[in-house]
Design a protein. Structure first.
Length: 352
């Protein structure tokens, strides 16, 4: 009897020791869950080279994990290892600093991370000392809020593997970063101005728009409240029917947009109205340059595109005819059309 009791005690001890060892190997060694990711950029209308994924702690707002991968067509485009916790997950196209004329700042804080413009080069005939930034490249993003990684997910993805397990619901949780659909976070300003005496000017015209936004904040989908100016050319001239002197000049530029609310002027400060300066080169021998200035704050209209882009539309008529001048001889061209150095950055990245 004593031998039987001793045998049972020894066996129980061995089983307990083995169980503890197994638990240590299976749960203590692995500290991060393996999370699959896939992103669909078609709605935003872009095809990025790379993808950035930033995990912010939901309570401290600190950046915990940053993950980058090369955009691809695989069902699961990448996997990222994330420790247990609750997160707000920010996904945007390209690597920080890779988008034309756009940088990513304050990356370590969820409530401060922003996309902001780069200083423009080759500004011509600037009419003020405003902060000119370059035409923005493509920027699209999405935020997944309340994304939770649990200890069960760590065990599931490392020990059991990434398999369907409807009984635990683990697969459903870990799939929250699958099939993400980012939207564009930028705006396009489209202008159309009707002039009398349009035959007295060369094309294109040089356009400066002032007191637009310098940046975009991801967490609340709003533009920053710091002012910036953009310069572009408007070279599309169309004369009215049965007229060779009256017509419209049109053009467009990609930018962050108005300050604050992206599709209204609600947040635009009264002290910083949106001003449009149009510089036209006349056809006289001296190529005289005149400037027409307009406060367009209350004249613009907003249109939401399915891609997420906000189109800011301006149509106005200038009743003051352009000056009558005697045409000169020689070059018929207006301002150069290639004003901006786009600073395109190509950064290859190996897919993970």
């Amino acid at each position: 009897m004593k031998k039987l009791i001793l045998f049972l005690v020894v066996t129980s001890f061995l089983l307990t020791a083995n169980s503890c060892c197994r638990q240590h190997l299976e749960e203590g060694y692995f500290t991060e869950a393996l999370i699959p990711i896939s992103v669909d950029w078609k709605v935003a209308g872009i095809d990025p080279q790379n993808v950035s994924v930033l995990f912010y702690d939901e309570y401290s707002n600190d950046l915990i994990v940053q993950h980058y991968f090369e955009n691809n067509d695989r069902p699961v485009q990448s996997y990222v290892r994330v420790p247990p916790g609750k997160y707000n997950v920010l996904v945007f196209n390209e690597l920080p600093g890779q988008i034309s004329n756009v940088d990513i700042g304050n990356k370590d804080d969820y409530y401060k991370v922003e996309a902001y413009g780069r200083k423009a080069s080759n500004i011509r005939l600037s009419v003020s000392d405003d902060n000119y930034i370059g035409h923005t490249g493509e920027l699209a993003s999405i935020i997944v809020k309340d994304f939770e990684v649990t200890a069960d997910m760590v065990y599931h993805t490392n020990i059991l593997g990434l398999k369907d397990d409807s009984s635990t619901g683990i697969t459903e949780v870990s799939d929250k970063l699958m099939g993400l659909v980012p939207l564009s976070r930028l705006s396009t300003l489209e202008i159309s101005i009707k002039y009398k005496g349009l035959d007295n000017a060369y094309m294109p015209a040089l356009v400066n728009v002032h007191n637009m936004s310098y940046s975009y904040f991801f967490y609340n989908n709003k533009n920053g409240m710091s002012a910036a100016s953009y310069q572009f050319t408007a070279g599309d001239r169309v004369y009215d029917d049965n007229s060779s002197t009256e017509g419209t000049v049109s053009g467009s530029v990609d930018l962050f947009g108005v300050m604050g609310d992206r599709n209204s002027i609600t947040d635009q400060p009264e002290s910083e109205p949106i001003i449009l300066d149009v510089q036209l080169m006349l056809v006289d021998k001296d190529k005289t340059v005149i400037t027409r200035s307009y406060n367009i704050t209350d004249l613009i209209k907003f249109k939401d595109e399915s891609s997420g882009t906000i189109v800011i539309e301006l149509e106005l008529t200038d009743d003051d005819p352009l000056p009558e001048v005697e045409p000169g001889s020689g070059d018929k061209g207006g301002f150069e059309t290639e004003l901006i150095d786009w600073n395109v950055v190509v950064v290859p990245l190996i897919a993970k």
